[in-house]
Ligand binder design. Structure first.
Ligand SMILES: *[C@@H]1O[C@H](CO)[C@@H](O)[C@H](O)[C@H]1NC(C)=O
Ligand SMILES: *[C@@H]1O[C@H](CO)[C@@H](O)[C@H](O)[C@H]1NC(C)=O
Length: 300
């Protein structure tokens, strides 16, 4: 019921229709997606921490200021062609959503068997395929596993969602206003944004930044052994190849961290090797990245 009490959301529904052809935008050679991510950590029945971010491909374009309830535009071009009014309306929606959604989940936590503490992640956006087709996506996940998706103006249970997801869909689908706003964001706002990304945005996305690499030792893995760490940072785009080698041979027993974002939109990665302390000579870390033009970085 609470969702229905957000009259402001109705404003969004009246926002202008898109008259531009949907195929008139930039022609990226590769698939490109825009996604908005909402994650909330439910610590107990009265305490939730909410975060929003938005990403164009692997580049973060938007953040969220939880105190003011405003979108943070991280790039000079992050507004795309969204108008002032439309941005205000989106902010109203996200503000209302970040109050009402936790209410709803707290209230139904026991019915839907959510056990505190738990994590909710919502991922929504759209993807431009090389042929020009735009496909939208939406996923609602509990503890990292998808319960619901959104299609044809309705929430639907995902294959592994079980009866809990069916119950949630029955409930969520009563919120007509929210449904319409989500549908509109997916089918109108998102594709328009994706097609409107200015040249500056494309230059940022396609920029090549060389990695820096350095070595250190990690926590001692055990008697007579040593943990070697190869750090690689500051590179863009995200795909990279980093290995511990001796001569021409890849070393077994390496472990790789996740590739984590730096604040400037570049990436950071660590690759670990657990070795006998007496067998470290001749080992090197090899870094291959598109920005290096075939000149791999070798660190002994
Ligand atoms: C809920 O969790 C927060 C953060 O951990 C804590 O400060 C607060 O006291 C907890 N409240 C209850 C009712 O347990
Ligand atoms: C969505 O709705 C359209 C038109 O109402 C229909 O043709 C299509 O089959 C539906 N898709 C799914 C997956 O239900």
């Amino acid at each position: 019921m609470l969702f229905l009490q957000i009259p402001l959301l109705a404003v969004l529904l009246a926002a202008g229709d898109n008259e531009d052809g949907k195929n008139s935008g930039p022609s990226f050679q590769e698939e490109i997606s825009f996604k908005m991510i909402h994650s909330s950590s439910f610590y107990n029945d009265s305490w939730v921490k909410i975060r929003y971010s938005a990403w164009l491909g692997d580049l973060q374009t938007h953040g969220w200021d939880i105190n003011s309830g405003r979108i943070i535009f991280l790039r000079p071009w992050s507004k795309g062609n969204l108008g002032k009014e439309e941005i205000k309306e989106l902010e109203e929606f996200f503000r209302a959503f970040s109050i009402e959604m936790p209410h709803e989940l707290h209230r139904h936590a026991s019915e839907w068997k959510f056990k505190y503490p738990f994590e909710i992640q919502i991922r929504m956006g759209c993807e431009l395929h090389p042929g020009g087709a735009i496909v939208d996506f939406y996923g609602f996940a509990y503890q990292g596993s998808e319960l619901l998706h959104f299609q044809n103006n309705s929430w639907l249970p995902s294959p592994k969602g079980g009866t809990r997801a069916q119950d949630m869909c029955r409930r969520f689908n009563q919120y007509l206003v929210v449904k319409n706003v989500v549908q509109r964001i997916l089918s109108d706002t998102c594709p328009r944004f994706l097609l409107s990304i200015p040249e500056a945005g494309k230059a940022d996305l396609q920029r090549e930044v060389k990695p820096e690499a350095w070595l250190s030792t990690g926590p001692n893995p055990g008697p007579g052994r040593q943990m070697l760490v190869c750090h690689v940072s500051g590179f863009h785009p995200k795909p990279i190849w980093v290995k511990w080698m001796r001569g021409e041979h890849l070393q077994q027993g390496t472990q790789q961290s996740d590739t984590l974002p730096n604040a400037d939109g570049t990436w950071y990665l660590q690759v670990f090797l657990d070795v006998e302390a007496t067998e470290t000579s001749g080992l090197y870390c090899r870094v291959r990245h598109s920005s290096l033009g075939g000149q791999d970085i070798l660190l002994y």
